[in-house]
Design a protein around this ligand. Structure first.
Ligand SMILES: NC(=O)C1=CN([C@@H]2O[C@H](COP(=O)(O)OP(=O)(O)OC[C@H]3O[C@@H](n4cnc5c(N)ncnc54)[C@H](OP(=O)(O)O)[C@@H]3O)[C@@H](O)[C@H]2O)C=CC1
Ligand SMILES: O=C(O)CCC(=O)C(=O)O
Ligand SMILES: [Mg+2]
Length: 420
Protein backbone atom coordinates (compact mmCIF):
# COMPACT_ATOMS: atom_id res chain seq x y z
CA UNK A 1 0.00 0.00 0.00
CA UNK A 2 2.89 2.38 0.78
CA UNK A 3 6.13 2.70 -1.17
CA UNK A 4 8.55 2.49 1.77
CA UNK A 5 6.44 2.42 4.92
CA UNK A 6 5.70 -0.93 6.53
CA UNK A 7 2.57 -1.06 8.63
CA UNK A 8 3.32 -3.17 11.73
CA UNK A 9 1.22 -6.28 12.12
CA UNK A 10 -0.84 -6.56 15.26
CA UNK A 11 -1.29 -2.85 15.82
CA UNK A 12 -4.36 -0.69 15.27
CA UNK A 13 -5.02 2.89 14.26
CA UNK A 14 -5.92 5.56 16.78
CA UNK A 15 -9.20 7.12 15.65
CA UNK A 16 -11.05 10.31 16.58
CA UNK A 17 -14.68 10.95 17.50
CA UNK A 18 -16.71 13.85 16.15
CA UNK A 19 -15.80 15.92 19.23
CA UNK A 20 -12.07 15.24 18.52
CA UNK A 21 -11.61 12.95 21.52
CA UNK A 22 -9.41 9.97 20.70
CA UNK A 23 -10.13 6.25 20.68
CA UNK A 24 -6.80 4.73 21.63
CA UNK A 25 -6.57 0.95 21.30
CA UNK A 26 -4.28 -0.99 23.66
CA UNK A 27 -2.00 -1.78 20.71
CA UNK A 28 -1.84 1.53 18.82
CA UNK A 29 0.33 2.13 15.76
CA UNK A 30 2.35 5.29 16.23
CA UNK A 31 4.33 6.69 13.30
CA UNK A 32 7.72 8.24 14.02
CA UNK A 33 10.30 10.18 12.01
CA UNK A 34 13.85 9.50 13.17
CA UNK A 35 15.09 12.97 12.17
CA UNK A 36 18.32 14.39 10.80
CA UNK A 37 21.53 15.09 12.73
CA UNK A 38 21.17 13.96 16.34
CA UNK A 39 17.85 12.35 15.41
CA UNK A 40 19.81 9.12 14.89
CA UNK A 41 20.97 9.33 18.52
CA UNK A 42 17.92 10.53 20.41
CA UNK A 43 15.06 8.83 18.58
CA UNK A 44 16.13 5.20 19.24
CA UNK A 45 16.68 6.12 22.91
CA UNK A 46 13.24 7.73 23.10
CA UNK A 47 11.65 4.60 21.61
CA UNK A 48 13.41 2.35 24.14
CA UNK A 49 12.56 4.49 27.14
CA UNK A 50 8.90 4.84 26.11
CA UNK A 51 8.59 1.09 25.51
CA UNK A 52 10.05 0.45 28.95
CA UNK A 53 7.63 2.90 30.61
CA UNK A 54 4.61 1.42 28.83
CA UNK A 55 5.67 -2.13 29.70
CA UNK A 56 6.26 -1.22 33.33
CA UNK A 57 3.01 0.78 33.64
CA UNK A 58 0.71 -1.78 32.01
CA UNK A 59 2.55 -5.09 32.48
CA UNK A 60 2.21 -6.04 28.79
CA UNK A 61 -1.50 -5.18 28.48
CA UNK A 62 -0.62 -2.20 26.33
CA UNK A 63 2.13 -1.80 23.74
CA UNK A 64 3.00 0.78 21.09
CA UNK A 65 3.60 -0.56 17.58
CA UNK A 66 6.06 1.94 16.12
CA UNK A 67 5.89 2.63 12.40
CA UNK A 68 8.82 4.45 10.84
CA UNK A 69 7.99 7.11 8.26
CA UNK A 70 10.57 9.20 6.50
CA UNK A 71 11.53 12.84 6.12
CA UNK A 72 14.75 14.79 5.64
CA UNK A 73 17.99 13.14 4.55
CA UNK A 74 16.74 9.61 5.23
CA UNK A 75 13.74 10.19 2.94
CA UNK A 76 15.99 11.58 0.21
CA UNK A 77 18.13 8.43 0.43
CA UNK A 78 15.07 6.19 0.09
CA UNK A 79 12.76 8.10 -2.25
CA UNK A 80 15.30 10.06 -4.33
CA UNK A 81 17.37 13.21 -3.81
CA UNK A 82 14.51 15.60 -4.54
CA UNK A 83 12.11 14.00 -2.06
CA UNK A 84 12.75 15.18 1.51
CA UNK A 85 9.11 15.04 2.53
CA UNK A 86 7.32 12.18 0.74
CA UNK A 87 3.59 12.53 0.23
CA UNK A 88 3.03 9.21 2.00
CA UNK A 89 4.72 10.58 5.13
CA UNK A 90 2.28 13.48 5.28
CA UNK A 91 -0.62 11.13 4.57
CA UNK A 92 0.39 8.69 7.32
CA UNK A 93 0.73 11.47 9.91
CA UNK A 94 -2.74 12.65 8.89
CA UNK A 95 -4.31 9.18 9.00
CA UNK A 96 -2.75 7.94 12.24
CA UNK A 97 -3.49 11.17 14.21
CA UNK A 98 -0.72 10.83 16.83
CA UNK A 99 2.98 10.75 15.93
CA UNK A 100 6.42 11.87 17.05
CA UNK A 101 9.35 13.22 15.12
CA UNK A 102 13.03 13.98 15.52
CA UNK A 103 14.49 17.28 14.29
CA UNK A 104 14.91 18.05 10.59
CA UNK A 105 17.60 20.22 9.00
CA UNK A 106 16.82 23.51 7.29
CA UNK A 107 19.67 25.20 5.42
CA UNK A 108 20.22 28.92 6.08
CA UNK A 109 19.76 31.33 3.16
CA UNK A 110 19.10 29.17 0.09
CA UNK A 111 18.12 25.52 -0.28
CA UNK A 112 14.90 23.81 0.73
CA UNK A 113 12.35 25.54 2.93
CA UNK A 114 11.83 24.08 6.39
CA UNK A 115 10.33 20.60 6.36
CA UNK A 116 9.20 21.21 9.93
CA UNK A 117 7.26 24.29 8.92
CA UNK A 118 5.93 22.53 5.80
CA UNK A 119 4.59 19.68 7.93
CA UNK A 120 2.89 22.12 10.28
CA UNK A 121 1.31 23.89 7.32
CA UNK A 122 0.30 20.75 5.41
CA UNK A 123 -1.41 19.29 8.49
CA UNK A 124 -2.61 22.70 9.74
CA UNK A 125 -0.95 22.08 13.11
CA UNK A 126 -1.74 25.57 14.27
CA UNK A 127 -0.72 25.23 17.92
CA UNK A 128 2.90 24.73 18.90
CA UNK A 129 2.60 23.80 22.56
CA UNK A 130 5.80 24.02 24.58
CA UNK A 131 5.64 23.57 28.36
CA UNK A 132 8.62 24.85 30.31
CA UNK A 133 9.13 23.34 33.73
CA UNK A 134 12.02 22.93 36.11
CA UNK A 135 13.36 19.58 37.32
CA UNK A 136 15.11 19.63 40.70
CA UNK A 137 18.85 19.38 40.37
CA UNK A 138 19.14 20.67 36.81
CA UNK A 139 21.88 23.30 36.52
CA UNK A 140 20.41 26.67 35.55
CA UNK A 141 21.87 30.11 34.87
CA UNK A 142 19.18 31.82 36.97
CA UNK A 143 18.89 31.93 40.77
CA UNK A 144 15.32 30.68 41.09
CA UNK A 145 14.62 28.40 38.12
CA UNK A 146 11.73 26.71 39.97
CA UNK A 147 9.78 29.94 39.49
CA UNK A 148 9.71 29.29 35.75
CA UNK A 149 6.49 27.38 35.13
CA UNK A 150 5.07 28.44 31.79
CA UNK A 151 3.31 26.91 28.84
CA UNK A 152 3.88 28.52 25.47
CA UNK A 153 1.11 28.52 22.86
CA UNK A 154 2.96 29.55 19.72
CA UNK A 155 0.85 30.27 16.63
CA UNK A 156 2.24 27.77 14.15
CA UNK A 157 0.68 28.49 10.77
CA UNK A 158 1.07 32.20 10.00
CA UNK A 159 3.45 35.13 10.45
CA UNK A 160 6.67 35.33 8.46
CA UNK A 161 6.88 31.51 8.71
CA UNK A 162 4.25 31.38 5.94
CA UNK A 163 7.31 31.54 3.68
CA UNK A 164 6.16 34.42 1.45
CA UNK A 165 9.60 35.82 0.67
CA UNK A 166 11.25 37.19 -2.43
CA UNK A 167 14.98 37.32 -2.98
CA UNK A 168 16.73 40.66 -3.46
CA UNK A 169 17.14 41.43 -7.16
CA UNK A 170 14.55 38.85 -8.28
CA UNK A 171 11.81 39.82 -10.68
CA UNK A 172 9.22 39.07 -7.97
CA UNK A 173 10.91 41.32 -5.41
CA UNK A 174 11.18 44.16 -7.94
CA UNK A 175 7.52 43.80 -8.95
CA UNK A 176 6.34 43.66 -5.36
CA UNK A 177 8.37 46.73 -4.39
CA UNK A 178 7.05 48.59 -7.44
CA UNK A 179 3.50 47.60 -6.45
CA UNK A 180 4.10 48.92 -2.94
CA UNK A 181 5.45 52.18 -4.33
CA UNK A 182 3.07 52.79 -7.24
CA UNK A 183 -0.17 51.22 -6.09
CA UNK A 184 0.00 51.61 -2.33
CA UNK A 185 2.01 54.84 -2.20
CA UNK A 186 4.63 53.44 0.16
CA UNK A 187 7.99 55.18 0.13
CA UNK A 188 9.34 53.08 2.95
CA UNK A 189 11.57 50.54 1.22
CA UNK A 190 14.88 52.21 1.96
CA UNK A 191 16.98 50.48 -0.74
CA UNK A 192 14.48 49.24 -3.35
CA UNK A 193 17.06 47.90 -5.81
CA UNK A 194 18.75 45.59 -3.31
CA UNK A 195 15.96 44.62 -0.90
CA UNK A 196 14.65 41.13 -0.33
CA UNK A 197 11.01 41.23 0.76
CA UNK A 198 9.04 39.09 3.24
CA UNK A 199 5.31 39.19 3.89
CA UNK A 200 3.87 38.64 7.38
CA UNK A 201 0.25 37.46 7.27
CA UNK A 202 -1.56 37.44 10.63
CA UNK A 203 -5.30 36.83 10.62
CA UNK A 204 -8.19 37.15 13.04
CA UNK A 205 -9.13 33.47 12.49
CA UNK A 206 -5.55 32.32 13.07
CA UNK A 207 -5.20 34.44 16.20
CA UNK A 208 -8.55 33.47 17.65
CA UNK A 209 -8.12 29.71 17.27
CA UNK A 210 -4.73 29.92 19.00
CA UNK A 211 -5.85 32.18 21.83
CA UNK A 212 -8.97 30.04 22.31
CA UNK A 213 -6.74 27.00 22.93
CA UNK A 214 -4.54 28.96 25.33
CA UNK A 215 -7.48 30.20 27.42
CA UNK A 216 -9.11 26.77 27.42
CA UNK A 217 -5.80 25.29 28.61
CA UNK A 218 -5.70 27.85 31.46
CA UNK A 219 -9.25 26.84 32.42
CA UNK A 220 -8.58 23.08 32.24
CA UNK A 221 -5.31 23.30 34.15
CA UNK A 222 -6.30 25.96 36.69
CA UNK A 223 -3.72 28.51 35.57
CA UNK A 224 -3.81 32.11 36.88
CA UNK A 225 -3.15 34.05 33.67
CA UNK A 226 -2.81 34.09 29.91
CA UNK A 227 -0.34 36.63 28.52
CA UNK A 228 -0.49 37.77 24.90
CA UNK A 229 3.10 38.49 23.83
CA UNK A 230 3.50 40.70 20.76
CA UNK A 231 5.41 43.57 19.19
CA UNK A 232 2.21 45.44 18.43
CA UNK A 233 3.64 48.91 19.03
CA UNK A 234 5.74 48.54 15.87
CA UNK A 235 3.77 46.02 13.76
CA UNK A 236 0.34 47.46 14.44
CA UNK A 237 -1.81 45.54 11.99
CA UNK A 238 -0.22 42.13 12.57
CA UNK A 239 1.16 41.88 16.11
CA UNK A 240 -1.01 44.73 17.43
CA UNK A 241 -4.07 43.14 15.86
CA UNK A 242 -3.07 39.80 17.46
CA UNK A 243 -3.30 41.50 20.86
CA UNK A 244 -6.64 43.17 20.11
CA UNK A 245 -8.19 40.02 18.61
CA UNK A 246 -6.92 38.04 21.59
CA UNK A 247 -8.54 40.38 24.10
CA UNK A 248 -11.68 40.48 21.95
CA UNK A 249 -11.95 36.69 21.95
CA UNK A 250 -11.48 36.50 25.73
CA UNK A 251 -14.44 38.86 26.14
CA UNK A 252 -16.82 37.52 23.52
CA UNK A 253 -16.24 33.78 24.01
CA UNK A 254 -15.13 33.47 27.62
CA UNK A 255 -17.04 36.37 29.17
CA UNK A 256 -13.92 38.21 30.33
CA UNK A 257 -14.51 41.71 31.71
CA UNK A 258 -12.15 44.69 31.57
CA UNK A 259 -9.98 45.48 34.57
CA UNK A 260 -9.91 49.25 35.32
CA UNK A 261 -11.10 50.10 31.81
CA UNK A 262 -8.80 47.57 30.09
CA UNK A 263 -7.09 46.37 28.08
CA UNK A 264 -6.29 43.72 30.71
CA UNK A 265 -9.34 41.67 31.51
CA UNK A 266 -10.33 38.77 33.70
CA UNK A 267 -12.67 35.83 33.72
CA UNK A 268 -13.77 33.37 36.33
CA UNK A 269 -12.62 29.83 35.73
CA UNK A 270 -15.91 27.89 35.44
CA UNK A 271 -14.21 24.77 36.83
CA UNK A 272 -12.55 26.23 39.89
CA UNK A 273 -14.13 29.64 40.49
CA UNK A 274 -10.68 31.22 40.47
CA UNK A 275 -9.77 34.30 38.44
CA UNK A 276 -7.83 34.05 35.19
CA UNK A 277 -6.22 37.32 34.16
CA UNK A 278 -5.77 38.00 30.45
CA UNK A 279 -2.93 40.46 29.96
CA UNK A 280 -0.38 41.45 27.34
CA UNK A 281 3.23 42.47 27.19
CA UNK A 282 5.48 43.71 24.42
CA UNK A 283 7.94 41.02 23.39
CA UNK A 284 11.22 42.77 24.24
CA UNK A 285 10.01 43.70 27.72
CA UNK A 286 8.75 40.14 28.15
CA UNK A 287 12.21 38.73 27.43
CA UNK A 288 13.70 40.66 30.34
CA UNK A 289 10.77 40.10 32.68
CA UNK A 290 10.91 36.32 32.32
CA UNK A 291 14.40 36.51 33.78
CA UNK A 292 13.62 39.07 36.47
CA UNK A 293 10.06 38.05 37.44
CA UNK A 294 9.19 34.68 35.87
CA UNK A 295 6.57 33.87 38.51
CA UNK A 296 4.29 36.53 36.98
CA UNK A 297 3.80 34.50 33.82
CA UNK A 298 1.94 31.26 33.28
CA UNK A 299 0.24 30.55 29.93
CA UNK A 300 1.77 32.47 27.03
CA UNK A 301 0.01 33.02 23.70
CA UNK A 302 2.18 34.48 20.99
CA UNK A 303 2.92 34.68 17.29
CA UNK A 304 5.12 32.29 15.38
CA UNK A 305 8.50 34.06 15.39
CA UNK A 306 8.18 35.39 18.93
CA UNK A 307 7.23 31.88 20.04
CA UNK A 308 10.31 30.42 18.39
CA UNK A 309 12.64 32.82 20.22
CA UNK A 310 10.77 32.60 23.52
CA UNK A 311 10.85 28.78 23.48
CA UNK A 312 14.64 28.60 23.42
CA UNK A 313 15.07 31.51 25.84
CA UNK A 314 12.74 29.98 28.43
CA UNK A 315 14.24 26.53 27.94
CA UNK A 316 17.65 27.99 28.81
CA UNK A 317 16.31 29.17 32.16
CA UNK A 318 15.41 25.65 33.21
CA UNK A 319 18.56 23.95 31.93
CA UNK A 320 18.59 24.31 28.15
CA UNK A 321 17.07 22.82 25.04
CA UNK A 322 18.25 19.35 26.07
CA UNK A 323 15.01 19.03 28.07
CA UNK A 324 12.57 21.18 26.13
CA UNK A 325 9.61 19.21 24.79
CA UNK A 326 6.79 20.21 22.48
CA UNK A 327 3.82 19.30 20.35
CA UNK A 328 2.38 20.61 17.09
CA UNK A 329 -1.39 20.25 17.12
CA UNK A 330 -4.51 20.79 15.08
CA UNK A 331 -7.95 19.96 16.44
CA UNK A 332 -7.44 16.30 15.52
CA UNK A 333 -3.77 15.66 14.67
CA UNK A 334 -0.78 15.89 16.99
CA UNK A 335 2.89 15.60 16.03
CA UNK A 336 5.18 15.68 19.04
CA UNK A 337 8.74 16.99 18.73
CA UNK A 338 11.57 18.49 20.72
CA UNK A 339 12.16 22.24 20.71
CA UNK A 340 15.78 21.85 19.63
CA UNK A 341 17.17 21.15 16.19
CA UNK A 342 19.59 18.69 14.64
CA UNK A 343 22.69 19.94 16.53
CA UNK A 344 24.86 18.80 13.59
CA UNK A 345 28.22 18.91 15.37
CA UNK A 346 27.05 16.14 17.71
CA UNK A 347 25.26 13.97 15.12
CA UNK A 348 25.92 10.24 15.39
CA UNK A 349 28.13 10.59 18.48
CA UNK A 350 25.70 9.19 21.05
CA UNK A 351 26.37 12.35 23.00
CA UNK A 352 23.44 14.74 23.34
CA UNK A 353 20.62 14.80 25.85
CA UNK A 354 17.65 12.70 24.67
CA UNK A 355 15.48 14.41 27.30
CA UNK A 356 13.59 16.78 24.99
CA UNK A 357 12.35 14.01 22.76
CA UNK A 358 11.58 11.75 25.72
CA UNK A 359 9.57 14.52 27.38
CA UNK A 360 7.80 15.11 24.06
CA UNK A 361 6.85 11.43 24.20
CA UNK A 362 5.63 11.99 27.74
CA UNK A 363 3.28 14.67 26.38
CA UNK A 364 2.21 12.21 23.68
CA UNK A 365 1.36 9.49 26.21
CA UNK A 366 -0.67 12.00 28.24
CA UNK A 367 -2.46 13.12 25.06
CA UNK A 368 -3.35 9.45 24.44
CA UNK A 369 -4.72 9.13 27.95
CA UNK A 370 -1.89 6.76 28.99
CA UNK A 371 -1.38 8.76 32.16
CA UNK A 372 0.33 6.02 34.18
CA UNK A 373 3.09 5.61 31.59
CA UNK A 374 3.43 9.39 31.25
CA UNK A 375 3.73 9.80 35.03
CA UNK A 376 6.32 7.05 35.17
CA UNK A 377 8.37 8.70 32.43
CA UNK A 378 8.25 12.05 34.21
CA UNK A 379 9.17 10.51 37.57
CA UNK A 380 12.07 8.53 36.12
CA UNK A 381 13.39 11.66 34.37
CA UNK A 382 13.29 13.53 37.69
CA UNK A 383 15.05 10.68 39.52
CA UNK A 384 17.62 10.16 36.76
CA UNK A 385 18.67 13.82 37.02
CA UNK A 386 19.04 13.48 40.79
CA UNK A 387 21.49 10.57 40.31
CA UNK A 388 23.73 13.14 38.57
CA UNK A 389 24.42 10.63 35.80
CA UNK A 390 23.65 13.07 33.03
CA UNK A 391 24.64 14.04 29.49
CA UNK A 392 27.33 16.65 28.71
CA UNK A 393 24.99 19.63 28.73
CA UNK A 394 24.09 19.14 32.40
CA UNK A 395 27.40 17.56 33.42
CA UNK A 396 29.40 20.63 32.39
CA UNK A 397 27.46 22.78 34.84
CA UNK A 398 26.73 20.31 37.62
CA UNK A 399 29.04 19.69 40.54
CA UNK A 400 29.80 16.00 41.12
CA UNK A 401 28.17 14.86 37.88
CA UNK A 402 29.10 11.64 36.11
CA UNK A 403 28.82 12.28 32.38
CA UNK A 404 26.94 9.60 30.46
CA UNK A 405 26.16 9.21 26.76
CA UNK A 406 22.79 9.79 25.12
CA UNK A 407 21.96 6.07 25.28
CA UNK A 408 23.55 5.92 28.75
CA UNK A 409 21.04 8.48 30.01
CA UNK A 410 18.23 6.39 28.53
CA UNK A 411 19.54 3.41 30.54
CA UNK A 412 19.64 5.49 33.72
CA UNK A 413 16.02 6.48 33.13
CA UNK A 414 14.99 2.85 32.63
CA UNK A 415 16.84 1.81 35.80
CA UNK A 416 15.00 4.54 37.68
CA UNK A 417 11.67 3.11 36.54
CA UNK A 418 12.55 -0.05 38.42
CA UNK A 419 13.10 2.04 41.55
CA UNK A 420 9.47 3.24 41.38
N1 LIG B 1 11.90 21.28 14.92
C1 LIG B 1 13.02 21.06 14.30
O1 LIG B 1 13.22 20.06 13.63
C2 LIG B 1 14.10 22.09 14.40
C3 LIG B 1 15.11 22.09 13.48
N2 LIG B 1 16.12 22.98 13.57
C4 LIG B 1 17.20 22.86 12.57
O2 LIG B 1 18.34 22.26 13.20
C5 LIG B 1 19.53 22.69 12.56
C6 LIG B 1 20.57 23.14 13.59
O3 LIG B 1 20.09 24.32 14.24
P1 LIG B 1 20.83 25.06 15.42
O4 LIG B 1 20.53 26.47 15.30
O5 LIG B 1 22.25 24.59 15.50
O6 LIG B 1 20.04 24.62 16.74
P2 LIG B 1 20.05 23.26 17.56
O7 LIG B 1 18.87 23.33 18.44
O8 LIG B 1 20.14 22.10 16.66
O9 LIG B 1 21.39 23.29 18.42
C7 LIG B 1 21.87 24.46 19.07
C8 LIG B 1 22.63 24.06 20.31
O10 LIG B 1 21.70 23.64 21.31
C9 LIG B 1 22.24 22.62 22.11
N3 LIG B 1 21.46 21.40 21.90
C10 LIG B 1 20.62 21.10 20.89
N4 LIG B 1 20.07 19.91 21.06
C11 LIG B 1 20.55 19.43 22.22
C12 LIG B 1 20.37 18.23 22.95
N5 LIG B 1 19.54 17.27 22.53
N6 LIG B 1 21.06 18.06 24.10
C13 LIG B 1 21.87 19.02 24.55
N7 LIG B 1 22.09 20.17 23.91
C14 LIG B 1 21.44 20.37 22.76
C15 LIG B 1 23.68 22.47 21.66
O11 LIG B 1 24.40 23.41 22.44
P3 LIG B 1 25.98 23.41 22.77
O12 LIG B 1 26.65 23.82 21.49
O13 LIG B 1 26.08 24.43 23.85
O14 LIG B 1 26.38 22.06 23.21
C16 LIG B 1 23.59 22.89 20.20
O15 LIG B 1 24.82 23.27 19.65
C17 LIG B 1 19.11 23.79 11.58
O16 LIG B 1 19.06 23.21 10.31
C18 LIG B 1 17.73 24.20 12.06
O17 LIG B 1 16.96 24.71 11.02
C19 LIG B 1 16.21 23.89 14.60
C20 LIG B 1 15.22 23.92 15.55
C21 LIG B 1 14.06 23.06 15.51
O1 LIG C 1 12.26 24.38 10.96
C1 LIG C 1 13.34 24.66 11.40
O2 LIG C 1 14.40 24.32 10.84
C2 LIG C 1 13.47 25.45 12.67
C3 LIG C 1 12.21 25.45 13.46
C4 LIG C 1 12.38 25.95 14.84
O3 LIG C 1 13.36 26.52 15.22
C5 LIG C 1 11.32 25.67 15.79
O4 LIG C 1 10.25 25.20 15.42
O5 LIG C 1 11.51 25.95 16.98
MG1 LIG D 1 13.24 27.09 17.28
Amino acid sequence: MYQHVTVPEGGQKITANADATLNVPDQPIIPFIEGDGVGVDITPVMLQVVDAAVEKAYGGARKIHWMEVYAGAKAARLYGPEVSLPLETVQVLKDYLVSIKGPLTTPVGGGIRSLNVTLRQELDLYVCLRPVQYFDGVPSPVKEPHKVDMVIFRENSEDIYAGIEFEAGSDSARRLIKFLQDELGSKKVRFPETSGVGVKPVSQEGTERLVRKAIQYAIDNDKPSVTLVHKGNIMKFTEGAFRDWGYGLAQKEFGATLIDGGPWCRLTNPRTGRTITIKDVIADAFLQQIILRPAEYSVIATLNLNGDYISDALAAQVGGIGIAPGANMSDSIAVFEATHGTAPKYAGKDYVNPGSEILSAEMMLRHMGWTEAADLLLASMGRAILTKKVTYDFARLMEGAIQVSCSGFGKVMIEQMDEA
